[in-house]
Design a protein around this ligand. Structure first.
Ligand SMILES: [Zn+2]
Length: 465
């Protein structure tokens, strides 16, 4: 492949560089910096990772109050941690610890206003509030680009991006929306509005923008593929589909590969620890060793192991040996694809249902999780669609502001009603002591007993990929 092919399409690339410059973002520089990391020797990769890990520990000890106190309490200095074995003696970071020490986990040498607050989607407990910097987001975007380059995609080629919760973007005028997406080379489709009518419109947009890769929520991309399939349509020119944010089931992978005529690369990440792992052309999942150090937590039995993650690039709020409550296996095997990052298998990750409402609007489950962002006085919750026009909202109240809780619930009800104007939805709010776990042992924040054809669904028995 010649150098120009490697660089990507001239105009697309020029537009992308221009918009990055406008935003003050050196995305392409960051991509160049990390592009070859997976292809170094396994020894070099391990050495570099441990170097990054030690730099992170020194940073945390010097600038993050929680870790400064932790090291003091343990009677160790970060520089005493010289081996992997030393490192794994450090205590595990749980979601409860994060909730209790929110402010103390953020670096103190940067004003909080300079960092952006975010919420984790979370598969257990209420969404977690955390902070991340602009640099981390740029690194993370570069990591996504590196994942996508595996299929032959080049920066500047159009990305079809299926992602929700971007109210600012969807509130733009039609012209502004189109221009912005075209210039940034990433066209966004809204999983929170994804009924048949919207998907027919998406198909028309696809023909116009001619994306070369697809990226986003696994279930939405699969539903779009199934929709096109039902219309007897296939779409050409796609080099790869990159699914993320939720568990990808085998039938979903199959329909995506068939309809878009490309390979599916499942990617694993989360809002608080981004870009953890991605599948390669051989279908193996490689851990991005320059973004994360990953361990299996010790548990009884042979079941999947809970992961402990150390985020190597988020300096604003370091996550060190963080139990994110996903499970799987790490592997010592190597892969023939040329990528020397180690392999893993993801077993238990979050799942979100898609909710069909009267009037035909389909809403991805993340929509409901977003409604609970920043909630005060709520320990846990679940939105359960029991019928087409009925939702049971279960709330586990906790200490905190009862008035804020009541307000949050009222606001959620208002937003749900707005989902299907002209079709009343009955919303029952129940205060409960606890929410039962799914058969996979996870909380399901969003559950729907109605599928897009209106028939009841059996979710827990779906065969996994
Ligand atoms: Zn591989």
């Amino acid at each position: 492949m010649g150098a120009s092919a490697k660089r990507g399409p001239f105009w697309g690339r020029a537009l992308l560089s221009f918009t990055c410059r406008l935003r003050g973002v050196d995305l392409m520089g960051k991509l160049r910096e990390i592009e070859n990391a997976p292809f170094r020797s396994p020894e070099e990769i391990r050495e570099k990772q441990f170097e990054d890990l030690r730099a992170l520990l020194a940073h945390a000890e010097a600038r993050v109050p929680y870790y400064r106190d932790l090291f003091r309490r343990l009677g160790v200095r970060s520089q005493d941690i010289r081996t992997w074995n030393d490192f794994i003696q450090l205590p595990i970071l749980t979601k409860d610890i994060i909730r209790a020490n929110q402010r103390d986990l953020v670096r103190e040498d940067v004003p909080l206003e300079k960092l952006s607050p975010h919420f984790s989607g979370g598969s257990t407990g209420v969404p977690l509030k955390f902070f991340r910097s602009h640099e981390y987001m740029v690194a993370s975007d570069a990591g996504t680009y590196r994942n996508m380059e595996q299929c032959g995609w080049r920066p500047g080629e159009m990305i079809a991006f299926f992602w929700g919760g971007n109210d600012k973007l969807y509130a733009m005028s039609g012209v502004e929306f189109e221009l912005r997406q075209f210039a940034r080379r990433q066209y966004q489709f809204d999983p929170f509005f994804s009924g048949d009518a919207e998907m027919a419109d998406w198909a028309r947009r696809f023909a116009r923008i001619r994306p070369r890769v697809i990226l986003g929520y696994a279930s939405t991309i699969a539903r779009f593929a199934a929709f096109l399939d039902s219309q007897g349509e296939t779409i050409g020119g796609i080099k790869g589909a990159f699914t993320t944010a939720e568990k990808l089931y085998r039938p979903q992978r199959e329909v995506i590969e068939r309809v878009f005529g490309c390979k599916v690369y499942d990617c694993y990440g989360s809002s608080e620890v981004q870009n953890i792992a991605a599948e390669c052309p051989e279908g193996k999942m490689h851990v991005n060793a320059d973004f994360v150090a990953i361990e299996e937590d010790k548990v009884e039995g042979d079941g999947p192991r809970p992961f402990l993650l150390t985020s190597l690039q988020n300096l604003s709020m370091p996550f060190i040996r963080y139990r994110n409550e996903d499970c799987g296996y790490l592997s010592q095997e190597s892969c023939s694809c040329g990528n020397h990052f180690s392999l893993m298998r993801l077993e238990i990750a979050r799942t979100s249902d898609n909710f069909l409402f009267p009037g035909g609007r389909v809403v991805h489950g993340e929509f409901f999780t977003h409604l609970m962002y920043g909630s005060d006085g709520i320990v846990n919750f679940q939105f359960h669609q029991t019928k087409l026009d009925e939702i049971v909202l279960s709330i586990v109240p906790g200490p905190g502001n009862a008035a804020a809780r009541a307000e949050k619930i009222q606001e959620s009800i208002r937003q749900i009603r707005a989902v299907s104007p002209g079709h009343p939805i009955r919303i029952e709010v129940r205060e409960v002591e606890s929410i039962p776990l799914s058969s996979a042992g996870k909380y399901r924040f969003t559950r729907s007993d109605v599928n897009s054809t209106g028939a009841p669904v059996e979710r827990e028995t779906t065969s996994s990929s």
